[in-house]
Design a protein around this ligand. Structure first.
Ligand code: CP3
Length: 341
């Protein structure tokens, strides 16, 4: 049994004294102890070495005492396991030297045995569970099929993912085959992660908001929903969609345990659109962590009051930025723990 089960209770919609808190990308470059490890080992070595991945996962927990840990890994380990080369270039980000751009490329994409190709992730989960000692739950994650397709086709990060969209809109049959291959792999992967010890899973649809509402249903949501349906008996699923407020009504009808929202929507509108019943997670502007600590505390209290303390998980609206002072993150977490509205 997990000692601090606040996060699991909020996912079930139970009444709590205060909402749980964790931050997307809580392990990362703003932490000096992370930078020490980063100097010695490249990105995928950190992901592939259970001792390093588990240590990096618990670093923010030791410092701030969040109510959930998220495994240090990356969404791009999935395309790697599917026979697509992925590099992480310092000061550049992900780089895929042979992007998938046609039917032949899609045919070459492999649906791997996740227990073999991604065994290192399962080992990292087991090592992390030991370090966490059942104090708090562990989140496992994957990218949404659409967000993975964005990188696999574009070959790198982008402001508009124009090549990814061009592929989908000119060759929808191949695009849907690719999305289905990613979906099937992701379902097997998340089930294996839960079996290895992940208590909750989150799907990151970081680039869903790039699509029109109609295209979102066709190229993103239907695949996310397949994953939710496949995982719902295994573990609670959180669906985070950056910029996907337009789809909240549809998402609110799903079997997800919670929906992650970004800072471009008010709590009031997010509750209204999602149907008021489902747990929501978010949505502090990551750049607002640059405000002075006293102001951060005020804003966090206002945010909890706006969402309500129940059916709510305090988080950012997207990943933590590298230039955030430690004291500011401390103030953010403290404000939640001191909440007594
Ligand atoms: O949340 C956490 O603390 C767990 C760790 C985590 C990482 N990546 C570690 C990481 C998670 C959940 C991710 C998910 C991820 N990776 C997403 C979805 C979430 C989001 O932010 O939208 C995406 C789009 C990626 C792809 C990716 N990985 C990019 C675009 C980059 C480069 C950007 C950057 O910040 O440098 C990465 C690299 C990466 N993944 C880093 C970390 C800590 C930084 C590289 C490093 O410090 O060595």
């Amino acid at each position: 049994m997990i000692k601090n089960d606040l996060f699991l209770r909020a996912l079930k919609g139970e009444t709590v004294d205060r909402p749980p808190v964790w931050l997307m990308r809580q392990a990362g470059r703003h932490l000096p102890e992370f930078m020490e490890i980063r100097e010695k080992y490249d990105f995928f070595t950190r992901c592939r070495t259970p001792e390093l991945a588990s240590e990096i996962t618990v670093q923010p927990i030791r410092r701030y005492g969040m109510d959930a840990a998220i495994l240090f890994s990356d969404i791009l380990v999935i395309p790697q396991a599917m026979n697509i080369e992925v590099e992480m270039k310092p000061n550049f980000g992900p780089y895929l030297p042979n992007p998938v751009r046609d039917q032949k490329g899609v045919d070459n994409v492999v649906i791997p045995d996740v227990n073999i190709e991604l065994d290192y992730v399962m080992q990292a989960i087991k090592a992390t569970k030991e370090l966490l000692n059942d104090e708090i739950p562990l989140i496992g994650f994957a990218g949404s099929p659409w967000t993975i397709l964005c990188y696999v086709v574009q070959g790198q990060g982008s402001k508009n993912f124009d090549k990814a969209k061009a592929f989908c809109f000119t060759n929808p049959i191949a695009a849907h085959q690719l999305l289905q291959k990613i979906t099937d792999t992701t379902i097997a992967y998340l089930k294996a992660k839960v079996k290895a010890g992940a208590d909750v899973v989150q799907i990151f649809d970081s680039w869903g908001g790039m699509l029109s509402p109609v295209d979102y249903q066709e190229f993103s949501w239907q695949y996310i929903n397949q994953i939710i349906e496949a995982l719902k008996e295994d573990a609670p699923v959180i669906a985070f969609g950056k910029g996907c407020w337009f789809a909240l009504q549809e998402m609110g009808k799903s079997n997800a345990s919670a929906l992650g929202v970004d800072w471009t929507i008010s709590a009031l509108n997010a509750r209204y659109l999602s149907g008021r019943n489902i747990t929501l997670q978010g949505n502090f502007d990551p750049a607002r962590l640059l405000s002075p600590p006293t102001e951060i505390k005020k804003m966090v209290t206002q945010m909890i009051n706006a969402f309500g303390k129940d059916k709510y998980i305090v988080n950012l609206g997207h990943g933590m930025l590298p230039n955030i002072p430690i004291e500011n993150v401390q103030a953010f977490v403290e404000a939640v723990k001191e909440y007594n509205g």
